[in-house]
Ligand binder design. Structure first.
Ligand code: LHQ
Length: 261
């Protein structure tokens, strides 16, 4: 394991786990944490051993959003601060050519809620919760929440959650499509690792193209999506992964998608 003071990083079986490590503040984010996390994601992108990235939190919180006691961002305007720290982080997650799992172990508040929502897959512990806490300090949701939340719950429910900073429980989050799986608190990190390893065994190149196609489709017409699929399917179809998948099917065995780069 390598460690900095704010982010712990460890790789096991192709899964790179990045742990926000300011547990005494529920992993509230300062500039160091945000810039280090973004740097670690970029390192994971270029590391051939890494097939899946997990972002999680140390202690009982996932991330309580901006550290309200840290003034390191205050030399900048709000706009500059977001453009310097949070926005590059969210863009890096969404643009990463590897799947990113938000493993939400506890409370996710403010920009921490945005981080929880930004993963390609969102796994929650039973005791986790999300709150769009921004309006408690008379700010607007940022770091992507205005984009992520209404796409899952619709405009009016998103507005209500934002206006009252209401807590969304894991059960409600699962029902609302804010997370894909809920695991027991006691076995959460082990369950996340097992899930991530299953994902790491899937075809990495095909998943990279799937992520690209899905994201393009979120802001395209059907015609554009069909064209995009046709172009990207060529890249998938030309890959060794595709050949392996078809061969494995014919030979009635499981495909070996991890055997070469
Ligand atoms: C914290 C924090 C925190 C510092 C808990 N900071 N210490 C972007 C760009 C520019 C500027 C501004 O913002 C943004 C985006 C944003 O993220 S705005 C939203 C900022 N976040 C918040 O307003 C959340 C504030 N925290 C809370 O509302 C609660 O702590 C939550 C609901 C997260 C958890 O409540 P509890 O489970 O009851 O825990 P707690 O309140 O007792 O917190 C535990 C400790 O963590 C406590 O410290 P202490 O020394 O008293 O034990 C808190 O002060 C500290 N903490 N969040 N954001």
């Amino acid at each position: 394991m390598t460690a900095t003071s704010v982010i712990l990083a460890a790789t096991h079986a192709g899964v790179r786990t990045l742990t926000l490590n300011r547990p005494e503040k529920l992993n509230a984010a300062n500039d160091d944490l945000l810039l280090t996390l973004t740097g670690e994601l970029r390192k994971a992108e270029s590391d051939p051993e890494v097939r899946v990235v997990v972002i999680t939190g140390a202690g009982r919180g996932f991330c309580a959003g901006q550290d309200l006691g840290d003034v390191s961002g205050r030399g900048m305007t709000f706009t500059e601060h977001l453009n310097h720290t949070y926005n590059p982080l969210i863009r890096t997650i969404r643009g990463l050519e590897k799947p990113v799992i938000s493993a939400v172990n506890g409370i996710a508040a403010g920009a921490g809620a945005s981080l929880a929502l930004s993963g390609d897959i969102r796994l929650w512990a039973q005791g986790a919760a999300l709150t769009q806490v921004f309006s408690n300090i008379a700010l607007i949701p940022d770091s992507g929440s205005t984009w992520f939340l209404p796409r899952a719950v619709g405009y009016q429910r998103a507005f209500e959650l934002m206006a009252f900073a209401e807590k969304v429980t894991a059960e409600d989050a699962l029902r609302a499509g804010l997370c894909e799986r809920v695991f027991p608190d006691d076995s959460f990190q082990a369950d996340v690792q097992a899930y991530a390893e299953r994902l790491a065994a899937r075809p990495a190149h095909a998943l990279k193209l799937t992520k690209q196609a899905l994201q393009a489709a979120l802001s395209s017409t059907l015609d554009e999506a069909l064209d995009q699929e046709a172009a990207l399917q060529q890249l998938a179809g030309d890959s060794w992964e595709h050949a392996e998948g078809v061969t494995a099917f014919k030979e009635k065995r499981a495909p070996a998608f991890r055997r070469q780069g």
